[in-house]
Write a protein that binds this ligand. Structure first.
Ligand code: CMP
Length: 143
């Protein structure tokens, strides 16, 4: 059965003109883009999106990196989409991410690491409700 995942490109990926390059990697892998938009991430949205990290030492830097800025978000569908996308994205710290991954090829900063991808079906549902409130979740995800 196909799985869904959510990805968003952080503001620096947009400022550096990497949107097309990054999206084409997912397309070439065979994942289907089922929703895609450019949107303004408010500070409130960023704080809700990353609420599990509240209290961590990097939280305020993280919110400043993505909040009050434009992001590009999309929902992808495909076989084992969550693990496949996380493999294409690479390790959280771009210094440790393997060459050939998105973070490994384009990043250096651990907080401003270019891209976010859901880490579980539960995260996908929570994150989709924040960034794509209009998206009708497939029946297998509804509670
Ligand atoms: P992301 O995949 O969007 O999920 C949580 C984010 O927190 C992560 O990418 C980084 O941007 C940031 N992050 C996670 N761990 C650290 C860390 N140790 N130091 C700084 N930022 C971090």
């Amino acid at each position: 059965m196909d799985e869904y995942t959510l990805v968003f490109l952080k503001p620096s990926a947009i400022e550096r003109g990497l949107v097309g390059e990054i999206i084409s990697r997912f397309e070439r892998k065979g994942l289907e883009i089922v929703a895609l938009k450019s949107l303004y991430m408010t500070r409130e949205m960023a704080e809700e999106f990353y609420s599990v990290h509240r209290g961590k030492h990097f939280f305020s830097d993280l919110i400043n990196t993505v909040g009050e800025k434009k992001i590009v978000a999309f929902i992808l569908r495909g076989r084992s989409a969550i693990s496949v996308v996380r493999a294409l994205v690479g390790a959280t710290d771009p210094v440790k991410a393997s060459p050939g991954t998105i973070r490994g090829d384009y990043g250096l900063d651990i907080t401003d690491n270019l891209i976010h991808a859901s880490d579980s079906p539960e995260s996908f549902v929570r994150e989709a409700k924040i960034l794509f409130p209009e998206f009708e979740l497939p029946s297998e995800y509804s509670d």
